[in-house]
Design a protein around this ligand. Structure first.
Ligand code: PMP
Length: 320
């Protein structure tokens, strides 16, 4: 059995902060039996001066969780403000003073049948995330033979745990075949996204990304990059249908997401992109995004919610 004891971390679960080993959900819950769980993956970064840790686009993530719960017909009495506070308090309780990934989840508890709307539980947990250079993040992708789930069956717009079964099929196959990640096509054969990130490419100097109605999660990083690059790049990003064959002709490509940040793609199905390294627009995207994440972009300071407010708490004497 996996042993979660001894991490020293606290997880928020239904009104309490409990040691990681005690954060449990019943095997008969709708969450476990049928994947009746929606979630958000957020990030918080240390600012450039090391003064505070800031959650990136907290209200946007919580709003998306509310959309997911609405589409799944979860019956709950959460408020956006209440969930903001749960996220911030989880970081404070864990004395976070470094870059972290945060998971906020809402799920059906009880003896959940497929149609149960509640009771709905909520949890929030945090894990540290080491910084990696753009070069170290470069990956090789395969176009998956598994197609992306579709709005008519399992809407990718819902950030539901169940949707990740589709991502898992593609990623496992890609790894079996010697690649790092899978790029999914829609049922109509157009480029959708990867299992846990959205797709951007550069064709003839033009940044392009799949439209929000083409089998993708409405990614907050994608939206941030579209806004940042409209300012920082000579030409704004174009949202349009992307053909599979364009994947092999583009000069640059990258994945983006809260976890993936900006992840350069240097090869797709054995076609090396550009000179096989992160290209100039990929680098620009990362620099603009990183500045926004770390508080170095005054125009987007409103995207950051400080965790500790009055600066990082002093460490308790003797705690290292
Ligand atoms: N697509 C999928 C399927 C994802 O799981 C994620 C990660 N949440 C993304 C895209 C990127 O979304 P975001 O930028 O909001 O993290």
């Amino acid at each position: 059995m996996v042993n979660y004891a001894g991490s020293g971390k606290y997880i928020y679960l239904n009104g309490e902060f409990v040691p990681e080993a005690e954060a449990k959900v019943h095997v008969l819950s709708g969450a476990v039996k049928y994947g009746a769980l929606v979630f958000e993956g957020l990030v918080a970064y240390l600012d450039g001066e090391g003064r505070d840790v800031n959650v990136f686009r907290l209200p946007g993530h919580v709003a998306r969780l509310f959309h997911s719960m609405r589409l799944m017909r979860f019956q709950h009495d959460f408020t956006p403000e209440g969930l903001h506070e749960i996220v911030l308090e989880t970081l404070r309780r864990n004395d976070v003073r470094q870059d972290v990934h945060i998971r906020l989840a809402a799920f059906v508890e009880g003896h959940g049948q497929t149609g149960e709307k509640g009771p709905v539980g909520v949890s929030c947990s945090v894990t540290s995330r080491p910084a990696r250079s753009l070069e170290a993040k470069a990956i090789r992708c395969a176009v998956s033979s598994w197609r992306r789930i579709d709005d008519t069956t399992l809407p990718p717009r819902i950030k539901s745990a169940a949707n990740y079964a589709n991502g898992r099929l593609g990623v496992m196959q890609a790894r079996e075949d010697g690649y790092d990640e899978a790029i999914f096509l829609t049922q109509a054969g157009k480029v959708a996204e990867a299992a846990s990130s959205c797709f951007f490419a550069v064709r003839d100097g033009q940044l392009i990304t799949s439209e929000a109605t083409h089998g993708i999660l409405e990614s907050i990083t994608r939206d941030s990059l579209i806004q940042l690059l409209a300012r920082d790049c000579a030409r704004p990003v174009v949202e349009r249908e992307i053909d599979r064959s364009e994947l092999y002709l583009c000069e640059e490509a990258f994945l983006c997401g809260s976890s993936y940040e900006v992840t350069p793609i240097v090869d797709i199905d054995g076609f090396v992109l550009g000179d096989g390294q992160a290209g100039p627009l990929t680098r620009l995207a990362w620099l603009s995004y990183e500045a926004a994440l770390r508080g170095g972009d005054g125009a987007h300071a409103h995207w950051l919610t400080p965790v500790h407010g009055a600066g990082l708490p002093r460490r308790a004497a003797g705690s290292g």
